[in-house]
Design a protein around this ligand. Structure first.
Ligand code: FRU
Length: 486
């Protein structure tokens, strides 16, 4: 069959002379570029991929299209870190030059096998704008960080009967001496599912079937499955496409949920105890977790779908979330900013105690900062971030309703307004703690030690800023600058 062709299906190796340098220069001084969130130097970033703690380093790969702020030929970009705070950029890890990946090296996860890191990914092949096929592939990174494609790729050719060409995003893990691969899939009847393969050696795979997940959510495609155990409990994460808003949940174009339950690989079932939306913000999708030193860490894409951002004009888009540590609380996951972020703690802006009343914390031109608020007694609280005469991003806690609302309708640049400009969550416990981490164009808001998290992209005007706080409570607060990490 002939392959689909469009200018955006071009690898980085096909750049014209000076083209990449020009892209890099164009976005270099963009004031909305984060200083410690992983972001592309130029082009578009989406999902985190292949996350690993391997041979004394953290490795983060991500989906990357080099030529602009839109989705095109996807590569795997690569950064690494010794401390999960300061990152170095590396050469492109996977460039889709082979026939089996002619329209992109799509998402996947990694697994250490003996002394090498296996990077599983999906080779995407398009025949026309709609028709596609998917091959599951492998690239291997050795101890020296050299990456090669497996010579017998693809590991899994095409898709099993009963599914469309939308089968992707391998998550591989070992259990009881066998390897398993979960894949996001679309059934021929246009509904979403997770399918399972098994292998004795992480190279030769056989199709087991579909994972039964008894959940009243369907959608037309389930992307980016992830499975892990925290503290004796199984968790499944996936990103279903095509589900409707429901109360405070699922207001973004695409959404991500986590399920607490029990995985039974003999019966191919995931028994569901509870499920919840993972992040309550505007910009969060396709997260992936990994294990490092006994801790379960997670990165998400701080973005979703095909949005228009003010950074598009400089030909770059999106960043990852911060690394979060997942802690189990019953059937819930708490998401805490990784401890490594303490390494980026910079000069104090201010700290103090606030009696019921209000304060204006001057941030001036400081664009990377972290603020924590702790209240002994619950009370109403209102924060205005990036505040000036011209705009503000509001966070309100309504003590009676136990509800937190984030609102970006008063920002000068409002993105994705068609999906609403507020996100809210009703807490199970009174607000006692808020941790806000801001990096130029992203704010991550952690409530009560990660019981609820809002990931929000914001594009503040370039002008002096302050944070306005008003509360009925006694509050302790601390604000400090954050240092550069990438
Ligand atoms: C999720 C996703 C994945 C796919 C990748 C392509 O955002 O659509 O399912 O592998 O992005 O970039």
């Amino acid at each position: 069959m002939t392959r689909y062709s469009e200018p955006k299906y071009r690898t980085i190796l096909e750049a014209e002379k000076g083209e990449l340098e020009a892209l890099k220069a164009q976005s270099a001084n963009d004031e909305w570029k984060p200083s410690f969130h992983i972001h592309p130097q130029y082009g578009l970033l989406n999902d985190p991929n292949g996350l690993a703690w391997f041979k004394g380093k953290y490795h983060v790969f991500y989906q990357w299209y080099p030529y602009g702020a839109y989705h095109g030929m996807k590569h795997w970009a690569h950064v690494s870190s010794e401390d999960l705070a300061h990152f170095d950029r590396h050469d492109t890890a996977i460039t889709p030059v082979e026939d089996y990946e002619s329209h992109g090296a799509y998402s996947g996860a990694s697994l250490q096998v003996r002394d090498e890191l296996y990077l599983y990914y999906t080779g995407n092949v398009k025949y026309d704008a709609e028709a596609r096929d998917a091959h599951q592939c492998l690239a291997i990174m050795n101890e020296n960080g050299e990456i090669r494609k497996y010579e017998h790729n693809p590991l899994i050719k095409s898709v099993p009967a009963g599914y469309t060409g939308h089968v992707r995003d391998p998550k591989v893990f070992e259990k009881d001496g066998q390897y398993y691969m979960l894949l996001g899939a679309q059934r021929e009847n246009q509904t979403g599912a997770i399918i399972v393969y098994q292998s004795p050696d992480a190279l030769n795979w056989s199709f087991l079937g579909e994972l039964s997940v008894e959940i009243d959510l369907e959608g037309y495609m389930w992307e980016c499955p992830d499975y892990f155990e925290v503290d004796g409990k199984d968790f499944l994460i996936f990103s279903p496409q095509g589900i409707e808003p429901d109360g405070e949940n699922y207001h973004n174009v695409f959404n991500t949920i986590y399920v607490a339950g029990t995985l039974n690989l003999n019966e191919l079932s995931f028994t569901v105890d509870e499920y919840h939306e993972l992040d309550k913000g505007f910009d969060f999708y396709a997260p992936q977790s990994f294990d490092a030193d006994g801790k379960r860490l997670l990165y998400g894409w701080a973005g979703v779908g095909e949005v228009k951002f003010p950074t598009d004009q400089n030909n770059w888009a999106h960043c990852l979330t911060l690394p979060r540590e997942l802690v189990r609380k019953g059937n819930r996951l708490l998401q805490r900013p990784a401890e490594s972020l303490e390494l980026l703690k910079g000069a104090p802006v201010t700290e103090g105690e606030l009696s019921p009343g209000s304060a204006n914390i001057k941030l001036g031109s400081v664009k990377a900062w972290r603020a924590t608020f702790a209240a002994e007694q619950a009370a109403d609280l209102k924060l205005e971030l990036f505040s000036s005469e011209n705009e503000r991003f509001t966070i309100i806690y309504d003590h009676k309703a136990k509800k937190v609302v984030t609102d970006r309708s008063d920002m000068a640049h409002v993105t994705e307004a068609q999906y609403g400009t507020k996100r809210e969550v009703t807490l199970t416990e009174e607000l006692s703690h808020m941790d806000i981490i801001v990096d130029h164009s992203i704010a991550e808001v952690f409530i009560n030690g990660g019981a609820a998290v809002f990931t929000c992209r914001v594009f503040p005007l370039s002008e002096d800023k302050q944070m306005n706080v008003s509360t009925d409570a006694e509050l302790n607060y601390e604000v400090h600058q954050m240092k550069r990490g990438i």
